[in-house]
Design a protein around this ligand. Structure first.
Ligand code: SAM
Length: 207
């Protein structure tokens, strides 16, 4: 029993970058940046069992749209059950790598990501996949659109700031989570203000 639990925890950390679902404290710290008072387009990346999805579905109005992206099919029953509880909401679950959703420019008002960015680091390719994801998020946001991301060790804060061409708008620390986490909030600058490092995304080699 203990050995089974140990293997499950190891697999969760290796594959998903987490030990247990995000806590309500972390969920609220991310969600509070979203303006639910107007029709918005939201992309949630890496829904897992739906810690964030549940709150998003409760708060979004009927004119808003939510795209949920989760690469693993095993979480579908959790997400589909949440979607069924909100038949009046405009929402779609995409079972794919998120890069396929990031090619459309100026589309989302908010991108909320639980992606384990640190797991995407790869010195052999000079972090090609990591950079592709961050550039894709930036590309898919409307001007002034907001990227929300949590991380346990601020490992990729600088990578995000480099692509967005600016410092984080806010970084908050949430102690009540396993593990304690930092929440990044960064808004996309209008095109005219962007530095030359923010280049268009290339999704051509992703399946
Ligand atoms: C750290 S877990 C977050 C789960 C949940 N949102 C939470 O915070 O409790 C990260 C999730 O991202 C998913 N994921 C990893 N790489 C992905 C990719 N390239 N595209 C879409 N989802 C991905 C994993 O399958 C996993 O469910």
């Amino acid at each position: 029993m203990l050995i089974k639990l140990y293997h499950k925890i190891r697999r969760n950390i290796r594959e998903d970058g987490l030990i247990v679902d995000s806590s309500p404290f972390l969920v609220n710290a991310m969600i509070r940046h979203i303006d639910f008072d107007r029709p918005i387009r939201v992309l949630e990346i890496g829904s897992g069992r739906g810690a964030f999805t549940s709150q998003l579905l409760q708060r979004l109005d009927r004119q808003s749209h939510l795209d949920i992206c989760e690469i693993k099919h095993e979480y579908n029953p959790y997400i589909e059950s949440l979607i069924q509880q909100h038949p009046d909401k405009s929402v779609r679950l995409h079972n794919c790598c998120v890069t396929t959703l990031l090619s459309q420019a100026d589309h989302y008002d908010f991108v909320l990501s639980s992606l384990p960015l640190k797991n995407f680091e790869d010195s052999d390719s000079e972090n090609a996949f990591l950079n592709q994801i961050i550039k894709g998020v930036q590309h898919s946001l409307v001007d002034n659109g907001t990227y929300l991301q949590y991380q346990y060790f601020r490992s990729n804060q600088k990578d995000i700031e480099r692509v967005f061409g600016k410092a984080m708008d806010e970084v908050s620390f949430i102690p009540f989570n396993i593990l304690p986490a930092f929440v990044y909030q960064i808004r996309k600058q209008a095109a005219a203000l962007q530095s030359s490092v923010a280049m268009p995304v290339n999704t051509s080699h992703i399946a």
